[in-house]
Write a protein that binds this ligand. Structure first.
Ligand code: ITT
Length: 200
């Protein structure tokens, strides 16, 4: 069985991709970066989600000799020209401070009318092989930004993004409901035919 490595220490992402591979009938064994503790994290120096996903996937494939999958994602706000984008995790300055990031964004958009509050989550997922072969796919979850956070599920900007056609925010959906429509779910599912093509 081919072993496939996913460039993340987030167990939720590993579970999500594992379920998608199993559902598609792909026999590959999926492990996370924690299975290779000596492999250093790569700096995300790209300027697009796709560049960062490819950087992470190539670096991990080279370091482990395994086919590697990596994703990069964030929130893109129309009226901000696509920001926070690749800066989503550190919009308020400190990496991963979800509450501060969300509060800063809401303050920046305080005067923006409801009809101009469109935004989407975007995710690029890359597959790289140790010989340098690469593929990248993308997924989006479009919606509008609320004025106040609602819901306790999920992470990041979930409490303020209300998906198109929904009356709840992402943080009010069950994990299954969110995975079914999410940017990451779409990107991971788009990887299935790519994995089949390159790894059999
Ligand atoms: P890794 O450790 O796997 O890199 P991460 O949390 O650092 O995960 P991501 O690339 O998944 O990085 O996401 C970057 C930021 O984008 C994340 O910190 C959130 O602020 C935002 N984001 C991405 N996906 C999101 C989602 O599904 N819901 C809410 N916010 C999301």
């Amino acid at each position: 069985m081919t072993r496939l490595i996913l460039a993340t220490r987030n167990p939720g992402k590993i579970t999500e991709l594992r379920a998608i591979l199993a559902e598609a009938g792909l026999p590959h064994e999926l492990v996370g970066t924690d299975a290779y503790p000596d492999v250093a994290d790569v700096k995300e120096t790209g300027v697009t989600f796709a560049e960062n996903a490819l950087l992470k996937a190539h670096s991990l494939a080279r370091a482990t000799g395994l086919p590697a999958v990596a994703d990069d994602s964030g929130l893109c706000v129309d009226v901000l020209g696509g920001a926070p984008g690749i800066f989503s995790a550190r919009w308020a300055g400190r990496h991963g401070d979800d509450e501060a990031n969300l509060r800063l964004l809401l303050a920046q958009l305080a005067d923006i009318a409801d009809e101009h509050r469109a935004a989407h989550f975007a995710c690029a997922a890359a597959l790289a092989l140790p010989d340098g072969t690469e593929r990248v796919v993308e997924g989006r979850l479009p919606g509008v930004l609320r004025r106040e956070p609602a819901g306790t599920g999920g992470f990041g900007y979930d409490p303020i993004l209300q998906p198109e056609g929904e009356s709840r925010t992402c943080a009010e959906l069950t994990p299954e409901e969110k995975n079914a429509i999410s940017h990451r779910g779409k990107a991971f599912r788009a990887l299935v035919p790519v994995i089949r093509e390159l790894l059999g």
